[in-house]
Design a protein around this ligand. Structure first.
Ligand code: FES
Length: 508
């Protein structure tokens, strides 16, 4: 059995993904479309554009699929809990129907790509259920089933739900799917690379410029292109526009060993705390996955406790054995409930964005990619208006204070505790500079600036994932300061390790 490796937590998918790698960008290249972000949205767009006879260059800051995509549950579904009643109430029945059509089409697109490219990613058809345990929730699932059926989606209400514990009823969607998310996007990358198109890993973009041509800069090269797609979860380079229209939401997943073969079904609860359930066989080992315990990334929580509650749920209600993997994920949630797909801003000409995939990125990201394929090929797309990134309405949140101003929230900087334990991290005031200090289990001290390189908030230590997380818009950094997840694109700067009083050694 593949085991959870030591150090920063890896998902089941990341620990069992393929071994293909791609060289960093180290020259200037010229293509039709530059794509920033090697996750589901960016790679789906890249392959769709390549199939439309355009050349593409994908720049992934780390490794393909290791951002949000490689930390999902692996559900490929158009049933997003109670999305249709929520979207119909907010945007009208037409918009809810378009959302459903786009996500259904995304499932079929994924199925087609898996078959055409012969991607071995465990893709299989399942039914997906949103289940209710209370009378109130039962009424909600009945309403969701009726509306989804009216919208032409493969929906029905049922009291026959193949879970180990009793529930009152559920919405059931047929013809849904699940897959090994990382192996799927690695298959996409393999199909993109070659014949004048490129995938570059370890190649974070350092900036881009709109225009004719548009330009993307990286440390050791640049990409000249007709158009740019920014598909980096929360986009960078937008001056905080989407940070005001989305919020980062974190949730947790555990994967326990299972003695039972996988079900032909996946599940999500109506009730809180939300529970997302999936069973899977990876390389001959059966697992049951339980996800949930989500919260806005701006909230400081005890993630180990949340993790523990999920593990207990997996054991007690799903029959899981040993918890083999545990990880967390973070996605951009749009304030008005619909993803943002289209031009980066009203003045943009050749820079396009995909964000706000609301934790259903395998289908929403695929649908978004197909919208931009059509846009860049001059083809009308029936979903584009509903997903328009420059649509009116939607909430706008406050931006955090700029760098240098006092922060209203977050842990105050303090001296290094003399007894900081191995595996712990804290933020200290080192000679007037907020410094993030981590003591590894081996006793090595890593000290980096605690000032997030996005818009200057102070990062906080996440003991479960062993990361520095920014509470403002969800950027995440490794203990050595390397960006794991944006919108930040620059690493936290190295700092001299402070001493036990909080003073920087070496005159920082
Ligand atoms: Fe925006 Fe840190 S300030 S993610």
């Amino acid at each position: 059995m593949t085991e959870q490796p030591a150090g920063r937590l890896l998902s089941l998918w990341a620990a069992t993904g393929g071994a293909d790698t791609y060289a960093p960008l180290d020259a200037d290249v010229d293509v039709d479309v530059a794509v920033l972000g090697g996750g589901i949205a960016g790679l789906t767009a890249a392959l769709a554009l390549k199939r439309a006879d355009l050349t593409v260059a994908v720049l992934e800051a780390a490794r393909v699929g290791t951002g949000v995509t490689g930390n999902t549950t692996g559900k490929v579904t158009s049933l997003h809990r109670l999305a249709y009643t929520e979207l119909a109430a907010r945007h009208g029945v037409h918009a809810a129907g378009v959302y459903g059509q786009a996500n259904e089409a995304a499932i079929e697109h994924v199925a087609g790509v898996v078959a055409a490219e012969r991607i071995e990613c465990g893709f299989r058809r399942v039914a997906n259920y949103t289940y209710a345990e209370s009378g109130r929730a039962l009424a909600l699932v009945r309403e969701e089933a009726a509306l989804a059926d009216r919208l032409g989606l493969p929906a029905s209400f049922t009291t026959d739900v193949p879970l180990r514990f009793p529930v009152r009823g559920a919405v059931r969607f047929d013809g849904q799917a699940q897959l090994h998310a990382l192996r799927y996007v690695q298959g996409l990358a393999g199909a993109v690379h070659g014949d004048g198109s490129f995938v570059f890993e370890e190649s974070p973009a350092t900036g881009f410029r709109d225009g004719s041509p548009a330009m993307v800069d990286a440390e050791r090269g640049s990409v000249r292109a007709r158009d740019i797609i920014v598909a980096t979860n929360l986009p960078f380079g937008d001056n905080g526009l989407f940070a005001r229209r989305c919020y980062a939401h974190r949730s947790y997943i555990v994967a326990g060993r299972s003695a039972a073969p996988p079900l032909d079904a996946t599940f999500v609860s109506v009730e809180e705390p939300m529970r997302s359930i999936l069973t899977v066989d990876v390389d001959g080992v059966s697992y049951v996955l339980a996800g949930g315990e989500g919260h806005p990334a701006t909230e400081s929580v005890n993630s180990a406790e949340r993790d523990g509650r999920l593990a207990a749920f997996a054991r007690d209600r799903l029959g899981a054995g040993e918890i083999a993997f545990r990880w967390s994920t973070q996605d951009a949630m749009p304030d008005d409930g619909l993803p943002y797909v289209g031009l980066m801003g009203p003045e943009s000409r050749h820079v396009h964005v995909i964000t706000g995939l609301r934790k259903w990125g395998l289908t929403n990201g695929t649908a978004a990619a197909l919208i931009l394929r059509d846009t860049l090929c001059g083809t009308a797309n029936p979903w584009a208006a509903v997903f328009d990134s420059n649509r009116s309405g939607g909430a706008r949140r406050e931006v955090p204070p700029p760098p240098g101003e006092p922060l209203a929230e977050g842990a105050p900087a303090r001296a290094v505790p003399a007894g900081i334990a191995p595996g712990e991290g804290t933020v200290v005031d080192a000679g007037g500079a907020k410094t993030a200090v981590y003591l590894s289990p081996a006793g090595e001290v890593q000290a980096v600036s605690a000032v997030c390189t996005h818009l200057g908030c102070t990062v906080e230590f996440n003991p479960t994932d062993v990361t520095w997380d920014c509470p403002c818009h969800g950027s995440r950094f490794a203990t050595d300061g390397t960006v794991i997840q944006g919108p930040a694109t620059r690493n936290l700067a190295p700092s001299p390790a402070p001493d036990a009083t909080g003073s920087g050694r070496g005159g920082a």
